[in-house]
Design a protein. Sequence first.
Length: 226
Amino acid sequence: MPKKKSSPSVRESDSQGRANQRLRTRQALLDAAVALRDEGHNPTVAQVAERAMVSRATAYRYFPSPEALISETATDRDMTPLKQLWQPGDDPVKGMGLAANALNTLLMEDEIGLRVMERSFMTVWLDSESRDTPLRPGRRMSYIEPIVDSLKDELSPQARKRLKQALSIVMGTEAMIAVRDISGASVEESLDAAAWAARALVRQALAEDESARRKRKVVPAGSQNG
């Protein structure tokens, strides 16, 4: 009897389930590293794996070196809570600029650590057989998603998704490295450019939505004669 093929929806569900499990594993490793650091340790990847109750091999797939792991935990722990920068009801344009500046400033305070972190992300990708291991926990999204989702009455789900993706380009390690290395910007110029870009992206998304609304309100010529 032929083997029954799984439907696309089942395959998508399985893929999403695996992705969620990888994210949980990564977060468990980060939580374990933070706990060990709070106890006064400078943990190895093996010690973090033991605390998180995952195999050493698994831990090394996510973090190939102690430096990669510690640099991520340091940034994660020191992030300013979003509620101190923006709260529902506040101006989303201004809030996104503040969020971008807060995250990027934190990264630029240790530029060497930032570059070590980015190197570790690339090492993980290159060493991954499946190429689908999450390279990073996506800290920037903890800022981006709440602000963009507050625009659900103005922007469609697709528009919000695209805006989140666009904003992820101007916040984070690779964004700061690009503007520093390629455009030759100073640290101050890099931070200013990234915050400006973040605000501009939100404004553009809202402007496109407003333009689409106006077009929908226009009555087609001759429609009243039908």
